[in-house]
Design a protein around this ligand. Structure first.
Ligand code: ARG
Length: 456
């Protein structure tokens, strides 16, 4: 029997149906159902024989799904209804007991929490791979000099290792964000029923235990309306994808003829259909462009949840595609980024030549004056005058004559030329977290330690 006297309009059916995308929740749904059924029997809400039958049916469905034999029918609105329908086909009317003391509202929230937890763990593992790759890459390019940039203008020289490790720490924060996502799914929504609880003495804690949740959601209304953990995942994923886009964008720039700092391997590049000479860093370009897509999912979910009255509303069905797309995009991006970095090669000469621009020593010349007692603001002006003279006459800073030096910066003597000729200013960045070799070595050790901690 149905409450309705006429069938669903096919246009509504198309709008309402979610099985084409929520089908991927099936493994979680089956695991959840198994735990639920066992609890029902433990609490004597169903007979032990019912439990056996239900478990048998669920197992068979799992085999059908694993073997790609499960048939979704047009009337299956979502994955939960498809599984229930098939269960009744397999075990008969007893299959109808599966939904005792459960609503699709607490059920779908539970599937999603399980999904978010599993994929937060995947993201963490993929991040750790990438971080290990970055540490190795930094180690292999420990003392390779390159220009550091601000405003994409050469600013001060740094070691390539130092630059690469900057990304390591960004990804480490992402690791923490996915850890937060996992804690956001600690509590089990199941058992909340449609919204108010159920009419049976269930044991939610035992289900929580079976499904590896730490506890149960305290409030049934919160349990069925909460999608914070989806927001949390999307937020962590958006930040992580943004970091990937920054790294990728540098690789795109650096692979250009103009920079010539690096070359991506053939495995991560493609050619042009018309220009035979081209080797394009497509992987990096795509990583650069994927981030807004993930951020878009986050914005969309904020839109779905915005001003949504409690408790369950069908709007909540719109959480899934954004989440799934973000998961697929991020997991693929992280894997591709790791692969690309494993095979990338850098051009030591090009990097060094760019770093040897002695204008990059300007800050160090200013600091030399500071050591002579000149206030920094004043020394900044004096060196600016030197730079201007050099640039205007098309010379390097070190090509200024002693007469010019006497005129523009009488406080400076031969140390000016010494400083610029040994190019040693990179090693003068001795402060904690700076680019001097000793500090980068320290940093590398800390990064390795952080990796060990995270994998323990
Ligand atoms: N497919 C639905 C969703 O994804 C499941 C919950 C349906 N609940 C309901 N009361 N219609 O949100």
């Amino acid at each position: 029997m149905s409450r309705f006297s006429s069938p669903q309009d096919p246009r509504f059916r198309a709008l309402n149906s979610s099985v084409s995308f929520d089908y991927r929740l099936a493994p979680y749904d089956l695991e959840q159902s198994r735990a639920h059924v066992r609890m029902l029997a433990r609490c004597q809400i169903i007979e032990p024989d019912d439990m056996t039958e239900l478990e048998r049916g669920l197992e068979e469905i799992r085999a059908e799904i694993d073997g790609d034999r499960f048939q979704v029918l047009p009337e299956d609105e979502d994955v939960h209804m498809a599984i229930e329908r098939r269960l009744i086909e397999i075990v008969g009317p007893v299959g109808g007991k599966l939904q005792t003391a459960r609503s699709r509202n607490d059920q779908v929230a539970t599937d999603l929490a399980m999904f978010v937890r599993a994929h937060s763990l995947n993201a963490q593992e993929a991040l750790l791979d990438l971080m290990r790759g970055l540490v190795d890459l930094a180690e292999r390019h420990l003392d390779w000099q390159m220009p550091g940039y601000t405003h994409l203008q050469r600013a001060q020289p740094v070691y390539l290792s130092h630059h690469l490790l900057a990304y390591f720490w960004k990804f480490r924060r992402d690791l923490g964000r996915f850890g937060f996502c996992m804690r956001a799914t600690d509590d089990l929504p199941l058992g909340a029923g449609a919204l108010a609880g159920v009419n049976f003495e269930t044991s939610r804690m035992s289900v929580a235990h079976d499904l590896s949740f730490q506890g149960v959601v305290e409030n049934s209304i919160d349990a069925v309306s909460n999608r914070d953990f989806v927001i949390d995942y999307l937020s962590a994923a958006a930040t992580c994808a943004t970091h990937l886009s920054q790294l990728a964008s540098e690789i795109v720039l650096w692979s250009s003829e103009e920079f010539g700092f690096c070359e991506v391997s053939d495995g991560f590049a493609s050619g042009s259909s018309i220009m035979p000479q081209k080797k394009n860093p497509d992987a990096a370009e795509l990583l650069r462009a994927k981030a807004p897509r993930v951020a878009g999912g986050l914005v969309a979910l904020h839109g779905v949840l915005h001003a949504l009255p409690l408790t369950y509303n069908k709007d909540l069905q719109e959480d899934k595609e954004h989440l799934f797309d973000a998961v697929d995009t991020l997991e693929l991006s992280l894997a591709a980024a790791s692969g690309m970095l494993e095979e990338i090669s850098f051009d030591r000469e090009r990097l060094a030549t760019a770093a040897q621009d002695d204008l990059l020593g300007a800050t160090d010349v200013a600091d030399l004056l500071v050591r002579r007692g000149v206030p920094f603001r004043e020394s900044h002006g004096i060196v600016a005058g030197l730079v201007r003279r050099a640039v205007e006459s098309g010379r390097q800073l070190s090509e200024l004559t002693e007469d010019e030096l006497g005129e523009l910066a009488p406080q400076l003597g031969s140390e000016f030329y010494e400083l610029l000729s040994d190019g040693g200013w990179i090693e003068s960045k001795v402060s904690e977290g700076g680019t001097s070799l000793a500090r980068v070595r320290e940093q590398l050790a800390r990064a390795r330690h952080a990796l060990e901690e995270a994998t323990r």
